[in-house]
Design a protein around this ligand. Structure first.
Ligand SMILES: Cc1cc2nc3c(=O)[nH]c(=O)nc-3n(C[C@H](O)[C@H](O)[C@H](O)COP(=O)(O)O)c2cc1C
Length: 196
């Protein structure tokens, strides 16, 4: 398989360099203990006031095929071209109000992102990968998955071991092996004030 390790400008923690977003997945279940470990990494993320406003609706294709199909049906047409091969699909949600006083929590999505990122890095350290997807019908997800009014559906996530790019439609297979690219730090790291 192609090496997808980030061609980073400095050395990185190995799991950070190893994380990427595959579209091809091996047809190998994620053991329950491994899934629990990935989610535990999210549990220990930082959050505003330690509110932990994230929630994940998880569906294992082998253990809960109906729940998996329910999430799969919410994905955009493009994401449905590949995500059905993943052994696990999740829907990541953010509680938009503080539990204590009901005030809006404008950091809820930020905190959900931190939990998701920690999970993605933990997964990469274990030889798994996560692929986040904005391409999900968020309104229908709320309805079909019984998500409460004050909770936002943010993204869907595919989780599993990366697979053979040849299993993908041609255009997607090419993207699977294309060089990984990032903006240089000089584009977004400023000293003291914006743009400097
Ligand atoms: C919030 C978010 C939404 C994304 N939505 C999609 C999506 O709907 N479909 C898709 O194929 N990839 C999606 N991606 C994956 C990105 O395209 C990918 O992370 C980016 O190209 C960088 O590649 P890497 O994760 O392999 O480093 C999404 C990623 C994030 C973080």
């Amino acid at each position: 398989m192609t090496d997808r390790t980030a061609p980073a400008a400095t050395p990185l923690l190995p799991a950070i360099a190893a994380r990427w977003s595959p579209r091809a997945f091996r047809d190998a279940p994620v053991p329950e203990t491994t899934l629990a470990r990935v989610l535990e990494a999210g549990r220990w993320a930082a959050s505003c006031y330690n509110e932990q406003p994230w929630a994940f609706i998880v569906a294992d294709r082998h253990r809960h095929p109906d729940a998996f199909a329910r999430i799969f049906a919410l994905l955009s047409e493009n994401n449905r071209k590949w995500a059905g091969a993943a052994p696990v699909l999740m829907v990541a949600c953010a509680r938009t109000r503080f539990a204590g006083n009901g005030n809006p929590n404008i950091h809820a999505w930020f905190d959900l992102g931190q939990a998701t990122s920690a999970m993605a890095i933990e997964a990469a350290g274990l030889g798994l990968q996560m692929h986040q997807m904005a391409g999900i019908d968020r309104a229908r997800a709320k309805q079909d998955l019984g998500v409460p009014e004050e909770v936002d559906v943010a993204v869907a996530i595919a989780l599993g071991q990366p697979g053979d790019p040849a299993s993908l439609p041609e255009a997607l297979a090419a993207r699977e092996v294309a060089p990984r690219q990032r903006k240089p730090q000089s584009d977004w790291v400023f000293t003291g004030r914006w743009g400097a």
